[in-house]
Write a protein that binds this ligand. Structure first.
Ligand code: TXA
Ligand code: MG
Length: 330
């Protein structure tokens, strides 16, 4: 597996591989995506194999702009307003698939709807434009594990399974896109993500939120057992057990070790602060990278300080709760 940057001709190499129906890891503004030609069964199949993703879990298709999206799905008034406000950017819109589209059936897992997004990241956009076909791209991680925000994390999950990572540092938002189902009149938020529900409600007041796991989720991302690190998480922690690592948020001046002692005694690899100033955007940006780092710290658990459940904090808490739940089931 090669790791290239734009300086080392990464985009041209990525485009060449994508034209050959290979899949490659590319940065987006949310997380790294594992991209392949959405119109080719062979290419899309490679994504499912590399990720070990169940075939019934559909993929998001990425396109250059609004017009390209409208060629693929019917976009009602709400969808058009949301697109005008948030594209290019971390919003995924689900709409009914138009007839005569060239999207591989494997992408939609047999549904008559399609998830579409116009990404803002320049590297992803340049790649899309040079390819000339839409790119299916789930997060570039093994199915069921945390989404990757750095090339190192992509490599940890997919080395040996994909030919190329186009590396461009840590991703900006750090959380996946917000998914809104606009198939019916009332829009439904299916996945909390980089755009907060309040920002969506500014555009469309009548928003339903259906992110709770059910037996028959509309979006398989709603399955509770996604996004899990290996190490056990403990949310809303007010102290740290001596064998635990600490995922902090804001000031740690009231945190101590349960058995006595200051958290200053924790080795540096066992403590990460999502945002020392309590900034939720910064916390989202750091969330997955910090969880990965603490997952590698050989701790018996990760104590997570409480994070306000407002704005982007709702998406952060959503990911943390799913991670806790996954571990309970294991
Ligand atoms: O930020 C993102 O959205 C990243 C970057 C790479 O764009 N992509 C991403 O893709 O998070 P993925 O595959 O990890 O998550 C897509 C979610 C899945 O939960 C999938 O089940 C859901 O979208 N989905 C896709 N098509 C759908 C559809 N037609 N109806 C309902 N849910 C759908
Ligand atoms: Mg994913």
């Amino acid at each position: 597996m090669r790791v290239l940057t734009i300086e080392s001709n990464g985009i041209a190499e990525a485009v060449k591989l994508l034209q050959q129906n290979e899949c490659v890891a590319l940065p987006t503004e949310t997380v790294y995506g594992l991209a392949a030609n959405a119109t080719s069964d062979e290419a899309v199949q490679r994504i499912f194999i590399a990720k070990g993703r169940p075939a019934h879990n559909p993929l998001i298709v990425h396109v250059t702009d609004f017009m390209a999206a409208q060629n693929l799905i019917y976009m009602n008034d709400t969808a058009q307003k949301l697109a005008a406000r948030f594209w290019p950017g971390p919003l995924t819109i689900i709409g009914r698939l138009k007839d005569n589209n060239r999207i591989s059936k494997l992408v939609t897992a047999g549904l008559d709807t399609l998830a579409v997004r116009v990404p803002a990241h320049k590297i992803f956009q340049d790649t899309l434009q040079q390819c000339g076909f839409p790119l299916a791209a789930p997060s570039a991680n093994a199915s069921g594990t945390l989404s990757p925000t750095t090339p190192q994390i992509v490599a940890r999950g997919l080395a040996g399974k994909i030919p190329l990572i186009l590396a461009a540092g840590i991703t900006d938002k750090g959380l996946e896109s917000t998914i809104i189902d606009c198939t019916n009149d009332t829009p439904v938020l299916l996945r909390f993500g980089a755009i907060s529900p309040d920002a969506i409600k500014d555009i469309t007041a009548d928003l339903l939120i259906e992110t709770n796991a059910t037996d028959k989720p509309k979006s398989p991302g709603q399955l509770l057992r996604h996004y899990a690190p290996r190490t056990k998480l403990r949310m809303n922690a007010v102290d740290v057990d001596k064998d635990e690592a600490l995922l902090a948020f804001g000031s740690t001046k009231f945190m101590g070790i349960k058995q006595g002692g200051s958290i200053d005694n924790l080795p540096p690899q066992k403590i990460k602060n999502l945002s020392e100033t309590g900034d939720l955007d910064e916390a989202a940006h750091n969330l997955f990278a910090h969880l990965y780092a603490l997952d590698e710290s050989n701790s018996n658990g990760i104590a997570v300080m409480s994070i306000p459940d407002t704005g982007i904090g709702m998406a952060i808490n959503d990911r943390l709760r799913r991670a806790c739940h996954a571990q309970k089931q294991d």
